[in-house]
Design a protein. Structure first.
Length: 197
């Protein structure tokens, strides 16, 4: 599996390369809608320890208190035009790199979720908390939001049980292919929901 040193190296290089994109996106978000361009949400990390995850804001300010609340469905009217673009290419997750540098996340691992969902986990599903959450993971490259929530958790548990450097490299390669081609990145979320951002 990817070591802490590799996490830091990859995150540092990725932030340096994507800093112009982050700067442009931040300005575009501020121009389109009021509020901070950075969205902060309490998520559950390794061993159930909570942390503040950073993302680029893709919805109107205060979205959690209107409409569907924390749930985000396909075509959600709270998603801004810039937000739809960021979600389409997963650019909203670039600030997660800061979480990696802070040691709260890894480059590869199960996506972090909110406490309300963790509270519903079975003992087997809680195994996904045995590793640091990641920016990309086995579930993300094998269906992502098009899969029902329980199937995504099964894929995450599979990752926990079979994690290795070879598997992490495979996940990273598939992630890059998805980013380059756009295939499989952002699909309708009728099969589940994605926490708001």
């Amino acid at each position: 599996m990817i070591t802490r040193a590799l996490d830091i190296a990859i995150a540092t290089v990725a932030l340096a390369i994507t800093s112009p994109i982050l700067a442009i996106a931040t300005i575009a978000i501020r121009v389109e809608s009021r509020g901070s361009p950075i969205y902060r949400q309490r998520r559950v990390g390794k061993d159930g320890v909570p942390f503040e995850m950073l993302k680029l804001r893709t919805m109107v300010s205060g979205a959690e208190s209107i409409g569907a609340g924390l749930a985000v469905n396909y075509g959600d009217p709270r998603i801004t035009r810039m937000g739809a673009f960021l979600r389409r290419w997963s650019l909203d997750e670039l600030p997660n790199l800061v979480n990696v540098l802070r040691g709260e996340m890894s480059i590869v691992g199960p996506r972090p979720t909110i406490q309300a969902q963790v509270d519903q986990y079975t003992p087997e599903q809680r195994r996904r908390l045995e590793v640091k959450p990641g920016i990309t993971g086995w579930a993300q490259v094998n269906g992502r939001a098009s899969l029902p929530w329980d199937e995504r958790i099964e894929l995450d548990v599979y990752y926990v049980e079979h994690r290795s450097l070879a598997l992490d490299v495979r996940i990273l390669a598939k992630t890059v292919a998805m980013l380059v081609t756009g295939h499989g990145l952002y699909k309708g979320e009728s099969g589940g929901w994605r926490p708001s951002a």
